[in-house]
Ligand binder design. Structure first.
Ligand code: PLP
Length: 386
């Protein structure tokens, strides 16, 4: 179906930070399949884990014990210090599980029409519940009726959340991205997540973070909420957890543990042996290579190189980022911006109506790749001015 505006290039092989096109051309991947391949393409440890597990067992039903799933749950539980995990196959599905937990939690408190606070410009996926929770009118248009039970507030606005807390009895949870990803790397003020934690505690609401994009080391900590030392009650993961093999996880803690009872939710593929082994190998490999620390270091270097070399450009209005989630916001729309960057063999994302260049490079790049990213974008901007 003609859903995607596809770029005219096909890749047949990937290695580390590089992708090789069918025509044999080499591209630097500063997109990572949208925040998926944080360890680079075809990492030997991941490839070996896939091969070994494929030879043993690909699939069994969740009606049986799956030791690989338990091991992955334990590994996730350790890095986020949360108690229990449900596995599915994507970020949207992980958020669906979070939404169901919030509603059940509300009904358990005798709230018959439970509402979840969500934010403007949020992205939580493309299913009916997640486009309803999301803040993009474009993603919702034509798919009405939307799902009810969401209260939308401005992002980064604690006062608006406090007002809802004072004026309504039906709210049961808050679902937010710690940094808005699809909307162009919008980083809230320091204290936003702490403030949300306080309001949720005061009102016995579940605090739910969508860390599908920000999680798994992307921002230079395992999870973006750890920058503010805030622990949510529910956290959703996907993207980089599987390094390209589909997986999603909904992690619960405190009052969110045990809300989903036997028979209340499920997934055929979720937490299968192959995806579980891959997820576990991703976490082990990230530990072994210090990938989270490297994401922080490389991210700082890249952000400062961009700021030094592009900060003074008249077309650039802001350069911002945390770890390896970086955006260069322009004050003009450059036609075919993405294509022009692609022509110079660099993969990025352009969002925000064509004005925001979003960089999500892997945690394995060095100084040469950082310089290539910066100089490529500089060249494209200069050629526009000329
Ligand atoms: C990508 C993304 C999703 C959706 O994940 P899918 O695996 O595409 O369903 C949800 N939330 C956030 C913050 C994302 O970046």
């Amino acid at each position: 179906m003609p859903i995607y505006g596809r770029l005219p290039v096909a890749f047949e092989r990937g290695e580390g930070a590089w992708l090789y096109s069918v025509g044999g051309e080499k591209y630097l991947d500063a997109l990572c399949g949208v925040a998926v391949t944080t360890l680079g393409h075809s990492h030997p440890a991941i490839v070996a884990a896939i091969k070994a597990q494929a030879e043993k067992l690909l699939h069994v039903s969740n009606w049986f014990e799956i030791p690989e799933q338990i091991q992955l749950a334990e590994a996730i539980s350790k890095i986020c210090e949360m108690d229990s995990v449900f596995f599915c196959n994507s970020g949207a599905e992980a958020n669906e599980a979070a939404i169901k937990i919030a509603r059940l939690y509300g009904h358990n408190k005798n709230i018959s029409n439970p509402a979840i606070v969500v934010t403007q410009d949020a992205f939580h996926g493309r299913t009916m519940a997640t486009i309803s929770a999301g803040g993009s009118r474009k993603n919702q248009a034509g798919f009405e009726p939307l799902l009810g039970g969401f209260k939308r507030l401005p992002y980064n606005d604690l006062e608006a959340v406090r007002q809802v807390a004072n004026n309504s009895d039906d709210v049961v949870a808050v679902l937010v991205e710690p940094i808005l990803g699809e909307s162009g790397v919008l980083i809230p003020d320091q204290g936003y997540l702490v403030g949300l934690r306080e309001i949720c505690d005061q009102n016995e609401w579940l605090l739910m973070f969508d860390e599908v994009q920000t999680g798994m080391g992307r921002t230079g900590k395992w999870f973006a909420c750890q920058h503010e030392n805030v622990k949510p009650d529910v956290m959703t993961l996907a993207k980089a957890l599987g390094a390209g093999v589909p997986i999603g996880a909904c992690v619960a803690n405190g009052p969110a543990v045990g809300v989903l009872k036997p028979g209340t939710h499920g997934s055929t593929f979720g937490g299968g042996p192959l995806a579980s082994v891959v997820g576990k190998t991703v976490i082990e490999t990230m530990h072994a290579e210090g990938a989270v620390e490297r994401a922080a270091e490389i991210g700082e270097k890249l952000l400062s190189a961009l700021t030094t070399q592009l900060g003074g450009n008249v077309l650039v209005s802001e350069i911002r980022g945390l770890g390896l989630m970086i955006a260069i916001e322009l004050n003009v729309e450059i036609s075919r911006l993405l294509q022009k960057i692609l022509d110079r063999k660099l993969l990025v994302n352009v969002t925000g109506g064509g004005k925001i260049i979003r960089l999500l490079p892997p945690a394995i790049i060095g100084d040469a790749e950082i310089e290539q990213i910066v100089s490529t974008i500089a060249t494209v901007l200069e050629s526009h001015q000329a």
